[in-house]
Ligand binder design. Sequence first.
Ligand code: GDP
Length: 300
Amino acid sequence: YDVFDTLSDRLSATFKNLRGKGRLSQQDIDDTLREIRRALLEADVSLQAVRPFVAAVRARAEGAEVSKALNPAQQIVKIVNEELVGILGGETRRLRFAKNPPTVIMLAGLQGAGKTTLAGKLARWLKTEGHTPILVAADLQRPNAVTQLQVVGERAGVPVFAPEPGNGVGDPVKVAKDSVDFAKTKMHDVVIVDTAGRLGIDAELMQQAADIRDAVRPDEILFVLDAMIGQNAVETALAFQDGVGFDGVVLTKLDGDARGGAALSVREVTGKPVMFASSGEKLEDFDVFHPERMAGRILD
Ligand code: GDP
């Protein structure tokens, strides 16, 4: 993912300085950690995530972790790699499906975060996994949103549940509720509810999302986060955690050229795992989030 390019380059430059050293002095470790800390902060990883990360690497680097098979530089890389996997959530957190279908997945996030696009990607992916999802247009804020979801649904080959003109228009809570009944009768096993987002955090938006949540009791609430919004990501995530709550995070725009620290902070700050990654405008630019692979790419 391009968002990590700068961080990758900085880290590999740091590790290069250690190459060929037979033994690391305290000074080597201090210098390396300072560089790692700086690289993370410059990539927009929040201080709240950087501190425990650097402390953990330090403790292990200074500790008795000596391996005969690895030289000191390789050992540091190994430690950083493992700590990156940890900060990214450790294990892959998979979707939980309801015992009694339909499984209801609700998407929340700021406008422009990539929710509607993500809804289509998720639906398409679920279809390839053998599910029979529907998309639900519960974003009735933007005039264009319903049409946009219909376009996405068509591309994904997935039906879209949208308000009938004159029947419940303007009431996203009712639309969401009706969609679950619809899914039950039509044997759709997953319902993906796209909700409205505003450009900024907004009490009314939060309340609407909370009302939809209470009406459909989602099995999974996914917070959709634009990886390019930098340091604001943490604040936004916390506001959504507070206002709506969520079970997992979807990172979008990982193909962007910005500093991708948001991705590395969100798990530490919210305690919620990143579950999916979105990296382009095409429906196929989507994958389950694998912390180990992601760490591997950052250190590649
Ligand atoms: P919503 O307001 O949260 O529903 O966001 P949209 O799904 O409408 O996405 C906002 C813009 O971001 C659109 O132009 C999308 O094509 C674009 N977009 C969404 N996901 C990605 C992504 O992963 N990468 C890139 N480059 N663009 C994306």
